[in-house]
Design a protein around this ligand. Structure first.
Ligand code: HEM
Length: 319
C-alpha cells in the first residue's frame, strides 16, 4: 500500500466515486485472481507481465483503488472536523479513531487503508449471493412458492421482515444454504501452504507446497450430495450441516480454519435480510421472451463468482 500522505482537498478530482466504484470493484476482483508470470518465474516473469499489460493494469487498478479509499477517508476526516458528536459514526470513523492508538497493533493509515480494501472487496459478495438465490428460485417455481408462503406467513401484514423473524424461517434458511452449496462465491479458497509432509489419496505432498481447495467441487461431490446438480433446499431441512465450515468434506462456502472468511459472522444475516424482504414484498417474473432455461449459470472471471449475464427479472409488488 502507498505510504504517501493523504492529499488535502481538492484531491483526486478525476475520481468520481459513483462512476468508478462498480467498474473498480470488478477490476480489483479480477486482479486478485489474475496470473502473474513473475510469481512463477521471478527472473523473467516481470518482463512478460509488462509485455501482456498485466503490470500496467495492476498499477492502474491500485492507483484508482487508493484514490477512492483516500477520498472516502478525507471525506470522513473533513466531516468529523465539522461534527463533534460521534452519534453518526460509521465503520470508517471507527477505524480512523484507532489511528495512533498504541493499544491497537494495526494503527497506521496504511493499516486502515488495507482494512478498507478488505471491506471494499467483501462488500460485493452479498449482492452476488442475492442474485444467485433469485436466479435459482425463478428457475424452480415450487421452492419459490414454498419460501414466499413461509416468509409471508411469518411477516403477516407487518410490511417487512426484521432480523428477529429470520430464526423462524426454516425453509428460507435451507434455500440460502442450497444457494451457497451450488454457488460458493469464492470457490477456490485462499491458498494454503503445507507445514509438513502428508499423504492424500496416495499422493505424497511435500512441506511448503501450495494447496488449492476447490469448494465448488466439494459442494457438488456425488459422494456427499444426492443429485448434486439439482437445486433442492429440502436436503437441508433435516440436516445439521452449517455454513461455518465444520463439515470440511462437504460444505465450506465461507472456508474454514484460521483463514475462514471474517465476514462470516454478519454476512449471512445481511444477505438473509435483503433476500427475505425481496421475496416478501415482490412476486418475481421473467421478462417476456426469456425462458428459465436461458438463465445463465456461467460466471465472470475474478475472486467472486458473479453471473456472466446480468439477471433481469420483473418485480411486482405483492401487497
Ligand atoms: C456471502 C458473503 C461471503 C462469502 C460467501 C464469503 C466467502 C469467503 C471465502 C470462501 C473466503 C476464503 C476462506 C478460506 O480460504 O478459508 C473468504 C475470505 C475472506 N473474506 Fe469473505 N465472504 C463473504 C463476505 C465477506 C465480507 C462481507 C467481507 C468483508 C467485509 C469479507 C472479507 C473476507 C476477507 C478479508 C477474506 C480473507 C481472509 C483471509 O485471508 O484470512 N467476506 N470469504
Amino acid at each position: 500500500s502507498s505510504s504517501q500522505p493523504l492529499q488535502q482537498p481538492p484531491y483526486n478530482e478525476h475520481i468520481s466515486i459513483g462512476s468508478r466504484y462498480y467498474s473498480l470493484l470488478r477490476d480489483v476482483e479480477v486482479m486478485f485472481t489474475s496470473m502473474f508470470y513473475t510469481d512463477y518465474v521471478p527472473l523473467f516473469g516481470g518482463f512478460l507481465d509488462k509485455l501482456n499489460g498485466q503490470s500496467s493494469m495492476l498499477e492502474r487498478t491500485f492507483k484508482d483503488l487508493n484514490a477512492v479509499i483516500e477520498k472516502i477517508i478525507n471525506d470522513h476526516l473533513y466531516k468529523s472536523n465539522l461534527l463533534e458528536s460521534a452519534q453518526n459514526d460509521d465503520t470508517v470513523d471507527v477505524l480512523l479513531g484507532l489511528l495512533n492508538d498504541s493499544t491497537f497493533p494495526f494503527n497506521t493509515m496504511n493499516h486502515i487503508k488495507a482494512i478498507m480494501m478488505n471491506l471494499f472487496v467483501g462488500a460485493n459478495t452479498i449482492s452476488a449471493a442475492v442474485i444467485w438465490a433469485l436466479a435459482e428460485l425463478i428457475k424452480n417455481p415450487i421452492p419459490m412458492k414454498k419460501v414466499q408462503e413461509e416468509i409471508r406467513s411469518v411477516a403477516q401484514n407487518k410490511g417487512y421482515i426484521l432480523e428477529g423473524d429470520l430464526s423462524k424461517l426454516k425453509y428460507f434458511k435451507a434455500v440460502v444454504k442450497e444457494t451457497f452449496r451450488l454457488h460458493p462465491l469464492a470457490p477456490i479458497l485462499v491458498p494454503r501452504e503445507t507445514l509438513q509432509k502428508c499423504n492424500m489419496q496416495g499422493y505424497d505432498i511435500l512441506p511448503k507446497t501450495i494447496v488449492i481447495i476447490n469448494a465448488w467441487a466439494i459442494q457438488r461431490d456425488p459422494e456427499y450430495w444426492k443429485d448434486p446438480e439439482v437445486f433442492m433446499p429440502e436436503r437441508f431441512m433435516e440436516s445439521s450441516v452449517e455454513l461455518k465450515g465444520h463439515d470440511v468434506m462437504s460444505m465450506i462456502p465461507f472456508g474454514g480454519g484460521r483463514r475462514v472468511c471474517p465476514g462470516y459472522t454478519f454476512s449471512p444475516v445481511s444477505l438473509e435480510l435483503v433476500l427475505a424482504n425481496l421475496l416478501y414484498s415482490f412476486n418475481w417474473e421473467l421478462p417476456d421472451g426469456l425462458s428459465k432455461e436461458e438463465i445463465d449459470s456461467n460466471v465472470l472471471p475474478g475472486i467472486i463468482m458473479h453471473n456472466e449475464k446480468q439477471l433481469c427479472l420483473i418485480a411486482k409488488k405483492s401487497f
